[in-house]
Ligand binder design. Structure first.
Ligand code: AQP
Length: 321
């Protein structure tokens, strides 16, 4: 079983959709699980109302994209179970192991006011994985070290106290393009980019998508060719088109003789892919009762799935009744 998460650190964008959500909806295994990792969005300064709204938004987008609701849950709905397991795993983890995490060193180490949670969130991530008994965790290079930590903690707990946890392994997500910022093709499209002009959000209206794509940075070359190293802006547009329509970016390039025509085609393809998702998401967000029902059922299933592991771990470590 595979477990994948998405953090509501901002609005969900086209990169999240083409790079992850679309694949989750179409290529999933029957037991795979997906969750909105809202607790992970609190490790740096955050706005509570915005976090709550974005958590609902991401959940609605996942449902609207076609992921069956019984495969979904919101992380904070399991905060009791995860809090308890995180503590057990913190008591299994050394300070040095946590402090060695590259993401902590890059994002927080030595900075004033850095939240303790920035140091400990990889242990919460281990709890996410181990509670559900996930065998595989599809992650990019930047999260690999965190899955290694989850592996080490599962092994150590099992070896010290008794066999409870499935030892997970990181798997590379299927190869797919890293969608880049339309205004800055050197950077990936990102939820937390301060300037959203180059980021297409899943809930953007068609006219806004057109404007953003028309303003996409290209280059001074003529003719449309797929050359990611020398022409990253155009390559990004072709990869977006391939993500929306299928096919290979290099083959799609042959269809266009100008950047203008390419941009028009990209804008229309993106609009068509996102339209049904935006419409269904808006319906769901207008029906808080339905979203609450999905959340409640997802939380109950996820808690039930993990209960025996948490109870056994508590008992074996010498705590609980
Ligand atoms: N630009 C992207 N192209 C392709 N895939 C992407 N993903 C993120 N950005 C791109 C994939 O989306 C999934 C969920 O992402 P996440 O919530 O873990 O966020 P992230 O990878 O840290 O990047 P974001 O969405 O831009 O957020 P911030 O700005 O907060 O870092 C993952 O499978 C990810 O690979």
């Amino acid at each position: 079983m595979r477990l994948s998460g998405i953090t509501p650190s901002g609005h969900t964008h086209l990169g999240n959709y083409l790079g992850a959500v679309q694949r989750w909806a179409s290529g999933r295994g029957p037991d795979d699980l997906y969750f909105v990792s809202d607790l992970h969005a609190m490790t740096t300064t955050h706005n509570p109302a915005r976090l709550r709204a974005r958590t609902s938004e991401v959940l609605a987008i996942l449902v609207a994209s076609g992921i069956p609701s019984e495969r979904l849950f919101v992380q904070s709905d399991l905060s009791r179970e995860l809090g308890a397991l995180t503590w057990i795993l913190e008591c299994t983890c050394s300070y040095g192991e946590a402090a060695r995490m590259i993401q902590f060193k890059e994002k927080g180490s030595g900075q004033p006011g850095v939240r303790l949670s920035l140091l400990t969130y990889p242990v919460l991530m281990a709890a996410d994985i181990l509670l559900q008994g996930a065998a595989e965790v599809p992650v990019g290079e930047d999260q690999n070290q965190h899955v290694e930590l989850a592996r080490a903690l599962a092994r150590r707990f099992n070896g010290t106290y008794g066999e409870v946890f499935t030892v997970p392994r990181a798997v590379l997500p299927p190869a797919g393009a890293r969608i880049r910022d339309l205004g800055d093709p050197a950077s990936k499209m990102s939820k937390s980019t301060p300037d959203a002009a180059g980021v297409v959000f899943v809930l953007d209206e068609p006219d806004l998508i057109r404007r953003k794509v028309r303003r996409a940075v290209t280059d001074g070359f003529t003719g449309v060719e797929y050359e990611p190293a020398d022409r990253p802006g155009v390559a990004n547009l072709l990869e977006i088109l391939a993500g929306c329509r299928g096919g290979h970016p290099a083959d799609l390039a042959a269809e266009f003789s100008s950047y203008g025509a390419l941009k028009e085609a990209v804008a229309e393809a993106v609009i068509e892919v996102l339209r049904p998702i935006r419409e269904r998401t808006v319906e769901l967000l207008d029906d808080p009762g339905e979203l609450a029902r999905i959340r409640k059922a997802g939380a109950a299933r996820a808690a039930e799935r993990g209960e025996h592991r948490l109870t056994s771990a508590m008992r074996l470590i010498g705590a609980g009744a």
